[in-house]
Design a protein around this ligand. Structure first.
Ligand SMILES: [Zn+2]
Length: 289
């Protein structure tokens, strides 16, 4: 069944674990996440993102996840990742997403707060929950194969605790993504999380906190972040990397061009499932349902 992110994160916060949130781009990724969550008895937090949602992508992926959720006994949430405009938020809510992220983190504080408040009104009216971002989680290397942007210096864009208090007051947002030293994509150098800053934020904020850029961050650092108040960690690169490596390996061994996709995806599926299982166990969301 489909649930909101609010109830999932409330349980995680209370019991001091984090739920890995997986962006899924297609059926194979969705299937791998749901199957492993069922095996591990972990809440399943799936997200839709960017180009995957263009055109009919949005209603089709949403329909697929909602229909699939009926075949699993663990709770499933489908969350819109990184929307930057109201139109995509509305489209996602209409298509049945149970949660949305509005990302106004590159806007000035007031504008981010004003827009987030608007999204919260829209989403709450439909029984959906909202994540926003304060401070800015930049990009390491993500997405297309020619993108080789250097790591930004995350120090400039860390979340400020005073702003968190004001932001929650203005917006009544359900969950907040904070910038404490991670980046999106594949790291060129290992990040060092600012646990001290996280402590300052949890001291003044009662909402569940979210960490973006979880792929490639060392396990001990993520477990430390969880112990200090992070309840949702976004994962994309690690799983899509497993998918692509598995496909590449398997295709190199296949002679028959009309081999069934179910065999072509064999190694990709195994690698994705292993990556997903590892995150679930490291974050402690296994055996929670
Ligand atoms: Zn993100």
């Amino acid at each position: 069944m489909l649930v909101t992110m609010k109830e999932m994160l409330a349980h995680a916060k209370k019991n001091k674990y984090a739920i890995p949130a997986f962006d899924i781009s297609n059926y194979e990724m969705m299937r791998a996440v749901l199957d492993v969550c069922e095996e591990e008895r972990s809440p399943a937090l799936l997200m839709g993102l960017g180009v995957d949602l263009s055109g009919k992508g949005l209603p089709l992926i949403s329909s697929m996840v909602r229909a699939a959720s009926e075949f699993y006994t663990v709770p499933v949430c489908f969350h819109l990742d990184h929307a930057t405009d109201l139109a995509s938020v509305k489209a996602a809510l209409d298509a049945g997403f149970s949660s949305v992220m509005y990302d106004g983190s590159t806007l000035p504080f007031e504008e981010n707060a004003r827009m987030t408040a608007e999204v919260v009104k829209l989403a709450h009216a439909k029984g959906a929950t909202v994540e926003a971002e304060l401070g800015h989680v930049g990009n390491a290397m993500v997405g297309n194969e020619n993108d080789s942007t250097e790591n930004e210096d995350p120090e400039d864009t860390l979340t400020l605790p005073d702003e968190v208090v004001k932001f929650v007051e203005i917006t009544d947002v359900d969950a907040l993504a904070v910038a404490i030293g991670t980046a999106h994509g594949v790291y060129k150098k290992t990040p060092t999380l600012r646990i001290d800053r996280l402590d300052e934020i949890t001291a003044v904020c009662d909402r569940p906190l979210v960490l973006h850029g979880g792929s490639g961050t060392p396990d001990e650092q993520m477990q430390q972040a969880i112990a200090h108040g992070i309840t949702k960690i976004n994962i994309y690169s690690d799983v899509v990397g497993a998918l692509n490596t598995g496909l590449k390996n398997k295709l190199a061994t296949i002679k028959n061009p009309s081999t069934w996709p179910v065999f072509v995806f064999e190694e990709a599926r195994e690698r994705m499932k292993a990556a997903i299982r590892e995150k679930i166990r490291v974050f402690g969301s296994n055996e929670r349902v």
